[in-house]
Design a binder for this molecule. Structure first.
Ligand code: 4IA
Length: 380
């Protein structure tokens, strides 16, 4: 199932607009129309009871809930407004030059090897080069970022082997992450300091600031790593699309969004009904969990023509890979900037990109991820 979720997602979509998963006592949605509708309806489908399988009304969350992900209006809105500003297009314009230059340096060194693992050397290496520095955390301990994220995304459930194996080290990882959110340890020019400055202005409280920084470290690393991995895998297996990008490098952003649609690095999320309601005429009682399969919706043939095809000529906007509605990924501009910096650098130097061996999946309860992606490149 984690190795290849596509057959299940197809069955889910074809079974009906709402499917009962009796093993977990939840409703599941696989069609675009219903996933989209529930994501937009925060009034009837809340996030504050957790967006994983665990219902925070009855179970204590494994960490203090996120002020963004696991909150609803009105509490959600002040932290959201702060991050929208800190991570918005205006703020990112300042980073553009440095990130594109950094991507060139990394790509030059990596492609000189001709054969390499695109996961460790590009998809992980690039976000880890630019993002932690930009948040402003110290250098030491950064090896904790990916394992922390991996556990966070496993912890959305179910409580299987992946979850329990991560449990052993999460105390230490969490302690390290939480320590990076303190004002004293953050560089004064970074996203982290900008969040603390918002507390000085009274836009959020001083109690909220470290948790908002924690959201950056939680949601900003593994997601971009696997988003970039998705687009690299797509190009390695679609040489004609690589040629298309090389002929029109401005398509880098569209390519990234199309890869996010096609692979859906974040595969699933829950909401919880706040009242007796319905989805597609099926009654859903107050307090029930609804599981949305973003990956299934992003390949729903009712919404997408040739849904399984990675195609730079389509308009992928409207995909739910970043979510939809008021929780829609607040870091998506950061992710697009990272991906387009890397793709632009590659497109300049690499004429052909192909798999050099079997790609290996990394299993995670929420993420569609890669362990390794052996790549061979032919240089221009
Ligand atoms: C947070 C959905 C995923 C990308 C995500 C994970 C954690 C947080 C937000 C989003 O800790 O705020």
């Amino acid at each position: 199932m984690l190795e290849d979720p596509l057959p299940f997602q197809g069955q889910l979509r074809e079974t009906g607009p709402v499917v009962r998963l009796s093993a977990h006592d939840v409703y599941a949605l696989g069609r675009y129309e219903q996933v989209h509708a529930v994501l937009r309806n925060w009034q009837s489908f809340q996030s504050a009871a957790g967006v994983g399988l665990s219902n925070f009304r009855y179970e204590k969350p494994w960490r203090p809930p996120s002020l963004l992900l696991e909150a609803d209006p009105p509490h959600h809105d002040a932290p959201r407004a702060v991050l929208e500003k800190v991570l918005g297009p205006r703020a990112l314009r300042k980073l553009h030059g440095a990130w594109f230059a950094d991507a060139e340096n990394l790509v030059e060194a990596v492609v000189a090897q001709r054969e390499f693992d695109a996961i460790t050397q590009l998809a992980q290496a690039f976000p880890l080069r630019v993002f932690p520095d930009t948040v402003g955390i110290p250098k030491s301990g950064r090896e904790n970022l990916l394992p922390y994220g991996d556990h966070l995304f496993n912890a959305f459930g179910p409580r299987n082997d992946l979850f329990t194996r991560g449990d052993a080290s999460i105390g230490e990882l969490s302690a390290w992450v939480n320590a990076q959110c303190a004002r004293e340890v953050l560089d004064e020019n970074g996203f982290g300091a900008a969040i603390w400055a918002a507390a000085d202005r009274g836009d959020i409280t001083y109690e909220q600031a470290p948790l908002v920084v924690r959201s950056l470290l939680s949601a900003g690393v593994d997601t971009t790593v696997h988003g970039i991995a998705a687009v690299l895998y797509a190009f390695a297996t679609h040489p004609e699309q690589w040629s298309r990008l090389r002929a029109a490098p401005h398509l880098a952003r569209v390519a990234f969004d199309e890869a996010v649609r096609w692979e859906s690095p974040v595969q699933t999320f829950f909401r919880t009904a706040t009242r007796d309601t319905e989805v597609a005429g099926v009654p859903v009682r107050e307090g029930e969990k609804v599981l949305m399969f973003l990956g299934a919706a992003n390949r729903d043939p009712r919404r997408w023509h040739d849904a399984d095809v990675f195609d730079l000529d389509r308009d992928p906007s409207g995909h739910v890979g970043f979510g939809m509605g008021l929780h829609q990924c607040v870091g998506q501009h950061v992710a697009r900037l990272e991906a387009s910096a890397l793709l632009s650098a590659l497109a300049k130097r690499v004429e052909r990109i192909e798999l050099a061996g079997p790609a290996k999946r990394h299993h995670n309860n929420t993420l569609r991820a890669w362990e390794s992606l052996p790549i061979r490149v032919r240089l221009v």
